[in-house]
Design a protein around this ligand. Structure first.
Ligand code: DGJ
Length: 714
């Protein structure tokens, strides 16, 4: 489709503008909008030629434009608040002043409209393009920025946000998620945005989150609600250090999101372009539930791999064996795995290293040859034994890392990210390989491709168990050390992309010492992610709830383990509500527990199309009440599944499903009921959707760590 092209008459004399937020003469010359079905960003070009955005949520449109309304503010020429762009030009000038050039609208091959707003600096040949891709039906707008250096010398980007949306400061709240290892996403915080700058960021380099998360919600009508109110989810597609700064300057709020400018000055040679990561914004005027259903639907189409394929039931050996296994012990897990219905076996850490065998986490990382004592014939027989028994086979990798106790480190000590003159700082006894170095890129790719080329390997878990604390590269020149943070992630994505393209039928799980790398930048190369090593189901209920604001449950790996020693029925029920898997030594399981697992797997197979592709309704918030409850509804509203997870003792009060067809008749029954518990009162009975949503369904659980999974089918 031919781009539509708009050129507005401009007044390029911006120099008289002051920082005083002057209202004089700043009346818009032209206006345009970028929007989806229910969400519109309104832009105006002022008489000064600058680009302004009318604040989201503003009740009255002020005829005058203020400097604080600037859409993508630049540092150094009058704008005194947090800038989106800060450039040091080739001649050392630290100011940038962008003037609107033109607007083009095109349609990409998915039918989504891409709008590009071209800006330029009249005094310096730097071009900036603000890009927006709009998914009409899902109210999703992705935004990113391209900066091109046409100067004759090197320019330095000191700050380069992907997006800087402007909000009216009317009761705006921010909900963000703090965490740590085993506590990922477990601490949602909702707070009003007040004058000053609130920063969510990470400086971890090779993973976005561990503490802060690059996904958040801005709500415009006070704290966000599940079924009402205006909310905008934000999620940055970036797996490295990020910054989301909410700058309330008293007039309005800028949400500036992008790579973290911390220590990341980026030099652009003449002719070079810098493209920021994409920022995803999802709008709803009907609360968090509607917002996440739209985001899940977008993610299934564009945000992850194979969003329209159901997932296999996986058995992982990590919690069951840790590093303590050999060929026979692993093969010994296959028959019981098949018997209870699992479909895919994942061999975790500990299968490689010979001079320095990987028998614990102190040695062997980087030496990706199968350990000859444990696996004398390598990986192929393990995989083929699995396939013979009707299971698929998957493998664990941590391609970016090295233990100093390894042959790799002996041969290439200069390949690690470290600071010369400082003692090596280890995390989990390991270092990060410097992916900016082409030899490291080639090395990592050869390991990945060799391992994934082993016949019958059709699944891999890509782990990353540390972050950067000493960001030095012996490959990058002295004047380019600050590129490490960004160039690492760019090289990582190239590797992930090549992996996904070369092995299109190999499913990939994104993992990072638990959930340290959960973002849409990486997820587009993966089918799913590992949210946390914490698999205690009482913790997983609120954790999965929080992840589900942004990610579809089919992408959230949820495994049954012995963490927390919870009843098997409760653990299975929680895992069934996301991508179901197990991490148990089935040979050590009691017959009773095995039966519960087998029942859960068979029930999951019956409903997994609904939990994967259906709409999610969050019903009762486990952070706030004695239980958590959710339900999924199939796209045709013919089937639904409701989950109730009792976290504290309480009453068996009705849970009210949502999203059913009010006029349809549905029959209710409990799936894989807990042994010994009375049937639910509604079992086998038929009700209209309206009745079920109004009167609710009483689940079979009333005591802590009981759960009830209820199928509702027409
Ligand atoms: C961290 C992951 O989160 C675990 O699931 C496991 O794969 C270990 N790494 C293995 O070292």
């Amino acid at each position: 489709m031919r781009p539509k092209f708009y050129l507005f008459a401009l007044c390029a004399t911006a120099s008289w503008l002051t920082a005083e937020n002057s209202r004089a003469d700043l009346v818009a010359t032209n206006s345009f909008s970028i929007g989806t079905k229910n969400f519109t960003l309104n832009f105006e070009v002022g008489h000064d030629g600058r680009l302004y955005q009318r604040a989201i949520g503003a009740t009255a449109v002020n005829e005058k434009l203020l400097r604080t309304d600037e859409s993508y503010p630049q540092a150094g020429d009058g704008y005194v608040w947090e800038p989106a762009l800060q450039i040091t030009h080739a001649d050392g000038n630290t100011s940038t002043s962008l003037i609107f050039d033109n607007l083009t609208r095109t349609t990409d091959n998915t039918g989504r409209e891409i709008t590009q707003i071209q800006l330029h600096d009249p005094a310096y040949p730097v071009q900036v393009a603000l890009n927006f891709r709009a998914d009409q039906a899902r109210d999703v707008i992705e935004q990113w920025t391209k900066i091109v250096n046409h100067e004759s010398g090197v320019v330095t980007l000191e700050r380069m946000a992907s997006s800087s949306l402007v909000f009216a400061p009317t009761n705006v709240h921010l909900t963000h998620f703090f965490g740590d290892w085993a506590k990922e996403m477990l601490q949602p915080i909702t707070e009003p945005i007040t004058p000053g700058t609130k920063v969510l960021d990470s400086k971890l380099g090779v993973r976005a989150d561990q503490f802060q998360n690059p996904s958040f919600v801005v709500s415009l009508d006070g704290p966000p609600q599940e079924t009402g109110g205006r909310v905008l989810a934000g999620s940055l597609e970036w797996s490295g250090s990020f910054q989301c700064a909410f700058d309330d300057n008293g007039e309005n709020i800028h949400a500036l999101c992008g790579v973290n400018p911390f220590a990341s000055a980026y030099h652009l040679n003449p002719g070079e372009t810098f493209t920021t990561p994409k920022m995803i914004w999802v709008w709803s005027a009907n609360g968090l539930g509607d917002m996440s259903r739209k985001l899940h639907s977008w993610a299934r189409d564009y945000g992850m791999r194979d969003g329209h394929k159901t997932r296999a039931v996986l058995l992982n050996n990590w919690e069951a064996t840790g590093f303590d296994f050999n060929f026979n012990r692993i093969v010994g897990l296959y028959d019981p795995a098949k018997e209870i219905g699992t479909e895919l076996f994942l061999l975790d850490d500990g299968w490689f290293g010979n001079k320095y065998p990987r028998v614990n986490d102190h040695a062997g990382l980087g030496d990706w040859q199968p350990n000859k004592k444990r696996l004398p014939e390598g990986l192929a027989p393990l995989a083929s034994e699995a396939v013979k028994r009707g299971l698929r086979f998957g493998i664990w990798l941590e391609p970016e890392m090295v233990n100093p106790k390894s042959e790799l480190f002996e041969q290439h000590p200069e390949w690690v990210i470290a600071q010369p003159k400082r003692a090596l700082e280890l995390q989990r006894n390991q270092m990060v390989l410097d992916l900016t170095r082409p030899a490291v890129q080639a090395f990592e790719w050869s390991n990945i491709s060799n391992i994934l080329s082993v016949p019958d390997i059709t699944y891999a878990k890509w782990d990353c168990n540390r972050y950067l604390t000493q960001p030095g590269s012996s490959y990058l020149a002295a004047g380019r050390q600050s590129h490490l943070w960004i160039d690492y992630v760019t090289a990582l994505y190239a590797l992930m992309d090549k992996t996904a393209k070369t092995f299109p039928d190999t499913e990939l799980m994104l993992c990072s010492g638990g959930g340290g790398r959960v973002d849409y930048g990486a997820l587009k190369y993966f089918q799913e992610f590992w949210p946390s090593d914490n698999t205690d189901p009482t913790q997983r209920v609120p954790m999965q709830w929080d992840y589900s604001y942004f990610f579809p449950p089919m992408a959230i790996a949820s495994h049954v383990t012995h963490w927390g020693n919870r009843p098997m029925h409760f653990a299975c029920s929680v895992a069934m509500s996301a991508r179901f898997g197990m991490d148990l030594d089935l040979n050590k399981l009691s017959a009773a527990d095995k039966a519960v697992c087998a029942g859960a797997i068979s029930a999951y197979k019956q409903i997994r199309d609904v939990t994967a592709f259906g709409d999610l309704y969050r019903l009762e918030n486990p952070h706030e009440t004695f239980r958590g409850a959710i339900n999924f509804v199939s796209p045709d509203r013919a089937r639904a599944v409701m989950f109730a997870f009792q976290l504290k003792d309480g009453e068996a009060t009705p849970v009210h499903p949502q999203g059913l067809d009010p006029a349809k008749n549905y029959t209710v029954h409990e799936l894989n009921p807990a042994p010994g518990r009375a049937a639910i009162p509604a079992a086998g009975k038929t009700f209209t959707g309206e009745e079920l949503m109004r009167d609710g369904i009483v689940p079979s659980c009333a005591h802590a760590v009981e759960a009830s999974v209820i199928e509702i089918s027409s």
